[in-house]
Unconditional design. Structure first.
Length: 318
């Protein structure tokens, strides 16, 4: 490989459905970095389950791109083991946000409000889990794998047999399923944070607004999505959201993080999801939050690279 200051490294493992999105993210990051002065950038992709880092230049900063099941911390762990500096959170943080059975209890211990959920593993009683979900989540529920993947959630409705069918379908391809109540009404807010040494900086809040489109063919595609940044929120709510974002960021030892919060009609806040290695595209939620702070995508990518250089030599957080 030719000499490079930054290597944008994409890896999808065996999740082939995300190859196009991963390639788009990688190209967008590389193009943005090329806009900076005196910086040499190259792209590299890894295929299959193996991760071979032997051809990477030792002094280059690696900008990892791993989506879906590959966003598990394994790539970061390999980079740490090879002594390579890289952009973003370390392997422990990425492993935690990859598995809902890990990050949810960690946030609960940190007294962060977390949305209700039930976990059902393959060894558990699926019938009992479905009955509990149907009795607890009277407005219906959704079922998805505990581990991050490209699989969309299955909507289980309010009848135990329907919930059971959804759980069984998820367990066919995943060892564990998470069951959550459907959140009718309220607002979906995306929170982004960046570390600067021991400081945690919260970016402007992005609101995700979905509107029903009757012309779309299925439930998965029947919504039009719009984004508002900064979200229309008052000062007290903004402070509460900043506190949650920073608490998640610190509890999971992140360098960068994205947290999805639901604001219920009753005013309650609850974390639905979090990611220590969020997708970076000019149109992604993290980039929208940065843009809300006056930082465009090219500036964001360069700041991330500069921050990773300041942290070298990196200590593994495995």
């Amino acid at each position: 490989m030719r000499a490079a200051d930054v290597v944008v490294l994409s890896w999808n493992g065996t999740e082939h459905s995300l190859v196009s999105l991963s390639a788009l993210a990688s190209a967008s990051i590389a193009d943005a970095l090329w806009q900076g002065p005196n910086i040499r950038v190259c792209e590299m992709s890894l295929d299959g389950d193996a991760i071979d880092l032997s051809s990477l230049p030792a002094q280059a900063v690696v900008f990892p791109v791993a989506l879906g099941r590959a966003n598990s911390g394994r790539l970061q762990q390999e980079l740490e083991g090879a002594g390579l500096g890289f952009v973003g959170s370390g392997s422990r943080s990425c492993r935690a946000t990859h598995d809902e059975r890990v990050w949810r209890p960690l946030l609960a211990q940190a007294r962060v409000p977390v949305a209700q959920y039930i976990v059902c593993d393959r060894a558990d009683d699926v019938v009992a889990a479905a009955a509990t979900a149907a009795a607890s989540f009277l407005g219906g529920c959704q079922v998805r794998p505990s581990l991050r993947s490209a699989m969309p959630p299955h909507f289980g409705g309010v009848i135990a047999s329907s919930v059971q069918a959804c759980i069984e379908e998820v367990l066919e391809t995943s060892g564990s399923a998470v069951i959550e109540p459907l959140q009718a009404g309220g607002r979906t807010l995306s929170l982004a944070c960046l570390s600067d040494g021991d400081l945690v900086h919260s970016l402007p809040v992005v609101e995700v607004v979905e509107s029903w489109n009757a012309d779309r063919p299925t439930m998965y595609t029947a919504f039009d999505t719009h984004y508002a940044c900064p979200a229309a929120i008052d000062g007290a709510l903004r402070r509460a959201l900043d506190d949650i974002a920073a608490a998640v960021h610190r509890a999971l030892a992140c360098v960068m993080s994205q947290t999805e919060v639901h604001l219920g009609a009753d005013g309650r806040l609850a974390v639905n999801a979090c990611d220590a290695a969020p997708l970076l595209l000019p149109s992604s939620l993290f980039a929208r939050a940065a843009a809300g702070a006056g930082v465009d995508f090219a500036q964001l990518t360069r700041r991330l690279v500069d921050a990773s250089r300041q942290r070298r030599p990196r200590e593994s957080n495995s």
